[in-house]
Design a protein. Structure first.
Length: 209
């Protein structure tokens, strides 16, 4: 309520540009789905759509007299809209609180998944699980080496049990760090520190925010 009319118009314009970007993503996902249906493989194609991690509070082009739609600009919607977008989670992108790392995942695979359509699973997963999931779904194996180069063993755990509506044995530990933002999770317990500050302990089953 404290914003001037000009400030309100500016904030609306920034969110309108962001909304247009989301609409563009939605339209192109629709094009992909249409193509898969035309090829007759839509029902047996595993589609995984994951959000980015946390809303972005950073101003990249402040003071450069550029409009949000200028191709040379790098506008973000700033801390106010980031706070709205992350609610009820704390903090933002780069932080290791839930507001900085929570990335909802949508999975669609009618011919392969056994989970109830439209159901929601709150079992935790991690981006490192996607490769393991793809290997599991395709009955593939990850090579130990290629052309004389040894690979680090895959640390991810397949999400397939979750896609089938089952309870998965997840990671014993999950570690997170970006600069001096850090977190460790074990089971329902998570300890997290923002910007090198004090450690905070949360029971994620009781308070994930």
């Amino acid at each position: 309520e404290d914003l001037t009319d000009d400030e309100r118009e500016w904030e609306e314009a920034r969110m309108e540009v962001f909304a247009a970007m989301v609409d563009c993503v939605d339209q192109n996902i629709g094009r992909l789905v249409t193509y898969l249906k035309k090829k007759g493989v839509f029902e047996n194609t595993l589609i995984l759509l994951c959000s980015d991690n946390g809303a972005c509070p950073f101003e990249r082009t402040r003071g450069q007299e550029m409009s949000p739609w200028d191709p040379d600009s790098y506008w973000c919607y700033d801390v106010g809209w980031a706070h709205v977008g992350n609610t009820p989670f704390r903090w933002y992108k780069q932080n290791q609180h839930e507001g900085g790392i929570s990335s909802p995942l949508i999975a669609h695979w009618p011919a392969g998944m056994k989970a109830e359509p439209g159901s929601i699973s709150r079992q935790p997963g991690h981006l490192i699980d996607l490769l393991a999931t793809c290997m599991d779904v395709s009955s593939g194996t990850f090579p130990e080496e290629y052309q004389g180069r040894k690979f680090t063993p895959v640390q991810g755990i397949s999400l397939l049990p979750i896609l089938n509506g089952e309870t998965r044995k997840g990671h014993d530990w999950l570690y997170f760090q970006f600069a001096n933002n850090r977190a460790i999770r074990k089971g329902d317990w998570k300890v997290v520190s923002a910007s090198g500050g004090r450690w905070e302990l949360y029971n994620m089953a009781e308070d994930r925010t």
